[in-house]
Design a protein around this ligand. Structure first.
Ligand code: 5GP
Length: 202
């Protein structure tokens, strides 16, 4: 069985990660979404074990101490982390595993698992990003400014990523198409097919 691809998808709040990942996974059984653990409180739309595993800070620290996390990071006062075992099992079963994680955790995964493919998803411009953050509802100007600053810091991490995908709300399925194209090209890359040549003449 050929190992699946480990796909890191990062993007600031307002980049539309959720929608693009949903579209990517729809009607396809080649993907597994890695369900993270977090200490943040569930939102009304969250489903335990589907969106996240919601845990206390103590439980989260225990998981780290037991070496169960592939990576973890603190983001806006909460911990988020990727349980390692399900990721390894899915990759071995030939599935492409999607890690929807922020940039610090992404850098840790790139270091530990250099075969991972990393994609940063961004709206077409900083202006559009700001508009999307403002549209999110009832937040004060202060909160929006803080989010915008976090987003700016995240965008600056693009230089560490393999690919940039633009998510334009007027052409939403294009971002998912672009990611499918990246996966296809990566799977055809020479470096991922070295063992094909090993057995070519035998
Ligand atoms: P939210 O609270 O909006 O669901 O997520 C906040 C941020 O945490 C997002 O950028 C999301 O991608 C990131 N995130 C979610 N799960 C993980 C994880 O397991 N590890 C890391 N490092 N970031 C995560």
């Amino acid at each position: 069985m050929k190992r699946g691809l480990l796909l890191i998808i990062s993007g600031p709040a307002g980049s539309g990660k959720g929608t693009v990942i949903k579209e990517l996974m729809e009607n396809s059984d080649e993907f597994v979404y890695s369900v993270s653990a977090t200490t943040r409180k569930p939102r009304p739309s969250d489903v335990e074990g589907v969106s996240y595993y919601f845990v206390s800070r103590e439980e989260f620290e225990d998981k780290i101490a037991r070496g169960e996390m592939l990576e973890y990071a603190e983001y806006v006062d909460n911990f988020y982390g990727t349980p390692k075992a399900p990721v390894v099992a899915a990759l071995e079963a030939g599935k492409n595993v999607i890690l929807e994680i922020e940039t610090k955790g992404a850098l840790a995964v790139m270091e530990k698992m250099p075969e991972a493919v990393s994609v940063m998803l961004l709206p077409p411009s900083g202006k559009v990003l700001r508009r999307r953050l403002e549209r999110r509802g009832t937040e004060t100007a202060d909160v929006i400014e803080k989010r915008m600053q976090t987003a700016i810091n995240e965008v600056e991490m693009l230089k560490y990523y393999d690919y940039l995908v633009i998510n334009d709300e007027d052409a939403q399925s294009k971002a998912a198409d672009d990611i499918r194209a990246i996966i296809k090209a990566e799977k055809l890359s020479a470096k991922r097919n070295a063992e094909f040549i090993d057995n070519y003449f035998v």
